[in-house]
Ligand binder design. Structure first.
Ligand SMILES: [Zn+2]
Length: 85
């Protein structure tokens, strides 16, 4: 393979790491997201996509995913008590 091919592969890899960092940040896990992107490339993107969303928790009333910091459920409008963080 020539130099140009390697540059393209490298650019693609950096792009994968960037995608992983963005998805990881959205899921509240930017460091391991970026790490997976750098080490595994395209596979890392898939793992980060399938990984658990740390910023979202199920509502105790309707079990739909809501923001961890939410005081009132977006779906059923019930007040969330005991959600310290
Ligand atoms: Zn709810």
């Amino acid at each position: 393979m020539g130099t140009v091919t390697w540059i393209l592969v490298g650019a693609e890899w950096i792009f994968m790491a960037f995608i992983c960092a963005v998805i990881g940040t959205m899921k509240g896990n930017p460091i391991s997201g970026t790490f997976l992107g750098i080490t595994l490339g395209p596979l890392g993107v898939l793992i980060v996509l399938l990984s658990k969303d740390k910023n979202r928790v199920p509502c105790p009333y309707c079990a739909k995913k809501i923001q961890k910091a939410a005081k009132i459920c977006f779906h059923c409008q019930k007040e969330i008590v005991g959600n310290a963080t």
